[in-house]
Design a protein around this ligand. Structure first.
Ligand SMILES: CC(C)(COP(=O)(O)OP(=O)(O)OC[C@H]1O[C@@H](n2cnc3c(N)ncnc32)[C@H](O)[C@@H]1OP(=O)(O)O)[C@@H](O)C(=O)NCCC(=O)NCCS
Length: 331
């Protein structure tokens, strides 16, 4: 079969063939193929004659500190065709796009994709438990989290993270409330705090405007401390729900201002975010944390999150790359 396979870019006219291949709606594919992606999303198909046997989609990650990375999705169950497509996609990523890290999430029920990616140099970084919903959320399968670093690429190491202060006691009264757009500047200031920035995916250039829309979301929480000068915003946490087939999974991020860390505030905010995830009817809650952030790892372990895997050279931190732990819990 391999000899008859020809690989070419997916065109708009391939929407029906993609729908047949993936079991998704034709219109959904037609829309996806119409969307101007600015050349950012790359799709290749392997054909035998006019028949589409498999396809791959290479999608660069948009997060500013993860611009070296892209996700690779394998579509279809023809292992020979997928193997050839993965080889083409990794060449594209390595030699033309200059990407350094490719990642793929493959269901435990997709052995052909797992084999093809492994043959293409991807290695297992962990299992995302119950990550993928099948048949209208009645069945859940684990996702194999695979990644491939560009051969020969040695990620420059990041300087050590600042040491966390020892735990301490504070007397200020702490209040949690939902945030509003009026809190955006205060949240942006916390996110730019050098003792916060390193542990997140934020930038020193992040503006209040960037946060304005996000902090108005129902799942965004704020921590206030009462001080002699009035209430001060000292922390922020936000919950994000994934798209199908992982719409039963939430992920969160949180930060406490440097001057207020180590006083038990993070633990209270985390409890609130877990309550929020339960109230939303989510089945699982996940997070990602840099391996050199022991205070955060300890906080999450104490709350019942389990380690699901470690992603290599996941994000740029202060001039180098740092691995992250992926952690999750059932709700
Ligand atoms: C990580 C962070 C949210 C934790 O919040 P916090 O208010 O500082 O932490 P808490 O005081 O609630 O302590 C949390 C846990 O860490 C422990 N801890 C506190 N200081 C510590 C230290 N220096 N070393 C190790 N553990 C420490 C606490 O004892 C507590 O564990 P316990 O519940 O088992 O007692 C906060 O420090 C922060 O925002 N850091 C910068 C941004 C960041 O890293 N965000 C997380 C991204 S995943």
């Amino acid at each position: 079969v391999a000899g008859q396979l020809s690989v070419r870019p997916i065109e708009r006219r391939d929407a029906s063939a993609l729908a047949d291949l993936t079991g998704a709606e034709r219109d959904a594919w037609a829309d996806a193929l119409e969307l101007p992606s600015g050349g950012a999303v790359h799709r290749l198909g392997a054909f035998v004659g006019a028949e589409l046997r498999a396809a791959v989609e290479l999608r660069p990650v948009l997060a500013a500190r993860r611009r070296h990375a892209a996700t690779l999705s394998a579509l279809g169950g023809d292992q020979v065709a997928l193997t050839q497509l993965v080889a083409e996609a990794t060449t594209l990523a390595d030699r033309w796009l200059g990407l350094a890290r490719l990642e793929a999430l493959v269901g435990a029920d997709q052995p052909a994709a797992l084999e093809a990616l492994t043959a293409g140099g991807f290695v297992l970084e962990g299992w995302r438990i119950g990550w993928l919903a099948r048949t209208d959320r009645t069945r859940f399968v684990d996702g194999a989290a695979l990644a491939r670093l560009r051969p020969g690429w040695t990620p420059p190491p990041a300087p050590p993270a600042p040491e966390a202060d020892a735990p301490r006691v504070i007397s200020a009264q702490i209040t949690l409330r939902r945030s509003t757009p009026a809190d955006a500047d205060a949240v942006a200031a916390i996110m730019r705090d050098p003792r916060v920035l390193r542990g997140t995916l934020q930038l020193p250039s992040t503006s209040g405007d960037h946060w304005r829309g996000r902090v108005g979301a129902a799942t965004s929480w704020l921590v206030e401390a009462s001080t002699p000068d009035g209430p001060v915003v000292v922390g922020h946490g936000g919950l994000h729900v994934y798209a199908a087939p992982s719409a039963h999974v939430g992920e969160f991020g949180m930060a406490i201002a440097g001057a207020w860390q180590g006083a038990g505030i993070g633990r209270r905010l985390l409890a609130q975010l877990i309550d929020e995830a339960r109230a939303q009817g989510l089945a699982r809650l996940a997070l990602e944390v840099y391996v050199d952030n022991p205070r955060a790892v300890r906080l999450y372990q104490g709350a019942g999150f389990a380690l699901e895997g470690t992603r290599r050279a996941q994000a740029m931190c202060d001039g180098g790359y740092v691995d992250t732990h992926v952690m999750a819990m059932g709700l």
